[in-house]
Design a protein around this ligand. Sequence first.
Ligand code: MCA
Ligand code: AMP
Length: 537
Amino acid sequence: MSNDEGNMSDDPTAHLFAALERGDSGLAYEFEGERLTWADLDARARSYAQALADAGIAKGERVVVYAQTCLELIISLFGNYYLGAVHVPVNNRYREAELAHILADCQPSAIICDREGESVMAGALAQAGLTRAPVRVGIGDGAVGAGFATLLDSSPDQAPPRPGARDPALMIYTSGTTGPSKGALLSHAQVINNMRALTGLWTWSSRDRLVLALPLFHVHGLCIGVHGAAIHGMAVLLERRFDVAAVIERFGEHERGRASVFMGVPTMYTSLVEHLRSNPAAAAKLACGRMFTSGSAALSADLWHEFAALTGQRIIERYGMTETLITLSNPYVGVRIAGTVGQPVPGCDAAVIDDAGDELPPGEPGELIVHSNGLMDGYWNLPQQTAATRVIDRDGRFWFRTGDVAYVGDQGYFHIVGRKSVDIIKSGGFKISAREIEEVLAGHPIVHEVAVVGVPDEKWGQKIVACVVPDAPMAGILDDPGQLLESLVALHRALLADYKQPRGLYLCDELPRNALGKLQKHRLLEAIERDGLNAEL
Ligand code: MCA
Ligand code: AMP
């Protein structure tokens, strides 16, 4: 099923491991005062790989990592690669049921978890029904399993081989419109070839320093950030979480150690701009940076222009998906157009098609399909769902149906205008399934029927709103819609990640449907725009 097109005589993994294998003494990671050189990182990753091999973890087996951002996440990634294991990073905001689904689906041989995630992990393991008890490794004092630090005491018998280019590297879980999240399986060649093409276009080099404040369980932070930096031997200034002041502090006059590159989701740029408006000194610091990029959700042209006016930085917007990696980007050298995602990255191609599958001319919106050197091998254990995403052209090339609506504008630059399905919501760069939230809220005693929609929101891109038809006998509670929203949130919080919670409530007598009974969510969005919400958080 693999679709790699790279020239395999030029082994892509040589590029990923170059800085580590050279035993480079330059800075690789700085995190909360701790500094690791590439040589340190390599030694620790090798010890980790040896320790897990000694514990019986074999090539191709899955290692789940569920923890806040920390250096152990970076060591485990490269360690898993030396071991030949598949790295499965899981969103540490996930609650028991979300995590249990992933554990049951990928049947990990080892689990790495920090103390903060311990109780959710225990509950998830109880639900998951694993066929074999996984090896447990704990990050931090008191976490369950062998302490991560003890793994680093192992001395490898011999230098571990690099993984094969076509071996699976990552399994990243992503939401769809229906059903639980699916694991997108990506090989080393797919990740490395795509990241080399993208960061080459962006002219990344070992002289750059990246501020990485994105989570390490998604393509944006993990593939572009961690893999892109390793490919170029570029230092990473790692942040546990995004904090406006901390990011700004990383930049400044060309002093030693100052950052040059920042990657963010649009919500981060909104927060930065809010701060910069009244802080010219902070804007002057960011002005010293070399490159600011944005992706994961639409960056408005207004925000682009305001950031440029404040800092002089023209954000490079690019577009991608977990399943295809990054396929479109504005260039570093050349024209950057606000409100567009640029042109195909080298090794990728893109087109806009109509419902019949025919390519549309520039200016006409339709479904975006992409061809990518980073197209995943497939969804784990889901061959039919994998097949449904693909189109094969006359030359036998695979194209991926993105579900995004786009058109080609001036100079062949692509504009993303929305999604085909209203059931996928993007909030703060996280992809969220409306159906998953509806299933949970339907369990609330006052809910007769519920539909979840994403309402446009300046900060988050979209804000989650629950449209509820209440159960008549319980209607007394409707005198206080705020209280109802809070009790819906309480139910939600016990079962789903916090960022999926409804932030608004719209009450209605019935859900709008067409003559065939199909729910018409666009009419709910119109009604909310007209009537406003009954309660908001
Ligand atoms: C946090 N909150 C959110 C979100 N994040 N609400 C809605 N949407 C969100 N994304 C809420 C919390 O529930 C909490 O609510 C309150 O905000 C504060 O939480 P905190 O953790 O302090 O928030 P934060 O640290 O400021 O987080 C905002 C964030 C974060 C930094 C923008 O959401 C983030 O890291 N987003 C990046 C996602 C990402 O990397 N996506 C890439 C996937 P309360 O106060 O009520 O408890 S897409 C991808 O990989 C493709 C390939 C691509 O193209 O990049
Ligand atoms: P994910 O499945 O989390 O990888 O998210 C992929 C989705 O993020 C895409 O299908 C788009 O809907 C959205 N996305 C990524 N980059 C952009 C962008 N620059 N502009 C608009 N949407 C984007």
